[in-house]
Design a protein around this ligand. Sequence first.
Ligand SMILES: [Zn+2]
Length: 194
Amino acid sequence: MHRPRRYGAGVGGYDLTMESCERCGFIWVSVSDDEFRDRILSGISEMSALISRSPQADAHPDPQTWSVVEYGSHVRDVLLHVRDRIVIALVEDCPEFKPLYRDQRADLGFYLGDTPDVVCGELAMASSLFTRTLERIPAGGLDRPCMYAFPTLGERSVRWMVQQVIHEVEHHLGDIRVQIKGSQNQERQNQERL
Ligand SMILES: [Zn+2]
């Protein structure tokens, strides 16, 4: 999974170190507040376009890897879940959250029947709701602290949670691109064998 490596010293009085994702290179603290809305909406727009155009959106390249549409379902759930975490962090002092239970959501069958059309509509709704929430965060709200379990349990901020949502969108956008490319290569090889 995306295990971050330490990148530098802490900033802003929090134990917030500059970290980057080993797999996609995302650096959480590099995303400024004025980029939040556009990064989320443009990432979701591209994700939806890829999901709806994918010829094999529900195919698993192997049993351990999500399908293209399941990546979309996961990102939808992240947007909804972190939106609620933001509200909680604005009300409670340094709350700790229940996990998202990312894998269990798929394993328990909650993504069964999520079609590309349905997921793309829900991604549009969830990203609109999330970015409208961002616009309504009161002054100083982005600095509110919370405890976050990823990558390791530690004190973060509402700002970091938004950066993490952008990471989730862009990281899984990369996963979807790789998977679509893989299935196109596979199809080409199959054609060549004919
Ligand atoms: Zn990443």
